[in-house]
Ligand binder design. Structure first.
Ligand code: ZN
Ligand code: ZN
Length: 332
């Protein structure tokens, strides 16, 4: 059974924070943070539909220009979700160039700005020379995306400015009973993805779907409901949590732990060594040990510390070791 999400950090742990998550069944990708993305190829860039920006410090947002440039010809819109102030940041970025020859370009950027219980949505179209349009306010109840197969939630952390932390959650996992398929003489193939897609989209139960039978041109046609009962077992979905810049305060700790509870994968900044805790506090960052403590308390399955301060580049393993010691060591 392959995972629905295939996540990878775009840069090394001392580089800019960017998490690229391919959605296996949708030929689509999500991006968490928008630091330098120069190493992403066009094929990967064109799959990105939603970008979740924790905050707009330069190491988390400098990739905007690269994404913009590679997307001018895109027909589908790109959504950017970020904290208070992001609309002005996008507006300012777009105002930094001259746009007199782009009226025929299809690109539309939609910005979702999260401010406590509200979301401000604005759009910027190439056809309108990227001037802000269609501003509207909608309530924000914790969800940035809520789709048939997955959802993205956010909480607001204190990094002296608001900084968003994100959780990407598969709604349920649809496992195929391959032994049953063999018994029935059914062939594996793309129709299984089609079956899963229809189930996730909650297509009508009576929808007919045909699958080829091994060796021979025969096909078996059953309703969606019959296929589900015959071949599909529902399991727990995947959960990936992404946490960057914040101070180890009781309020932040509580929010992170409830967001990251039982995650399969927990990406967390581990900027400073515990020996430099005063420095971490001054900069509103976590230490590696604090990140490990969060991972341990949230009982995550896998913990990936990253976003290391470059001051430790000469000791490349130090922060990971401190983080892992706190994660595993505290478990006894
Ligand atoms: Zn920051
Ligand atoms: Zn940062």
């Amino acid at each position: 059974m392959s995972d629905a999400f295939s996540p990878r950090l775009v840069n090394d742990p001392f580089g800019d924070p960017v998490l690229y998550v391919g959605l296996r069944y949708q030929r689509r990708a999500l991006l968490f943070d928008l630091g330098s993305i120069d190493s992403l190829g066009l094929r990967d860039l064109h799959k990105i539909t939603d970008v979740f920006v924790s905050h707009t410090h330069i190491d988390h947002f400098i990739g905007f220009d690269h994404l913009l440039r590679s997307s001018l010809n895109r027909e589908d819109e790109i959504r950017l979700h970020g904290p208070k102030g992001i609309t002005d940041n996008v507006s300012g970025k777009l105002a930094g160039y001259t746009w007199n020859l782009i009226q025929n370009y299809p690109l539309k950027i939609v910005v979702h700005e999260i401010d406590r219980e509200r979301q401000k949505i604005s759009s910027f179209r190439a056809a309108a020379l990227f001037r802000p349009e269609e501003e509207r306010l909608v309530p924000f109840g914790g969800f940035l995306l809520d789709e048939p197969s997955f959802a993205v939630r956010a909480v607001i952390l204190d990094h002296r400015i608001p900084c968003l932390a994100f959780s990407l959650e598969e709604k349920s996992r649809l496992n195929i009973r391959h032994e049953r398929m063999e018994e029935m003489g059914l062939k594996r193939g793309p129709w299984l993805d089609e079956l899963k897609r229809r189930l996730r989209e909650k297509a009508p139960q009576g929808t007919l779907l045909e699958m080829p039978i091994q060796d021979g041109g025969e096909r078996l046609t059953l309703s969606l409901k019959e296929w589900r009962e015959t071949l599909v077992v529902e399991g727990e979905g995947q959960k990936i949590v992404y946490v960057v810049d914040n101070l180890f305060t009781p309020a932040n700790v509580e929010r992170i732990i409830s967001l990251a509870r039982d995650a399969n994968l927990f990406y967390c900044e581990a900027a400073f060594s515990q020996a430099d805790e005063a420095r971490a506090r001054e900069r509103y960052h976590l230490t590696a040990a604090q990140a490990g403590e969060l991972a341990r308390q949230a009982r995550v399955e896998r913990f990936i510390p990253f976003h290391f301060s470059q001051r430790y580049e000469k000791e490349p393993d130090r922060l990971r070791e401190e983080a892992m010691a706190a994660f595993i060591g505290g478990a006894s």
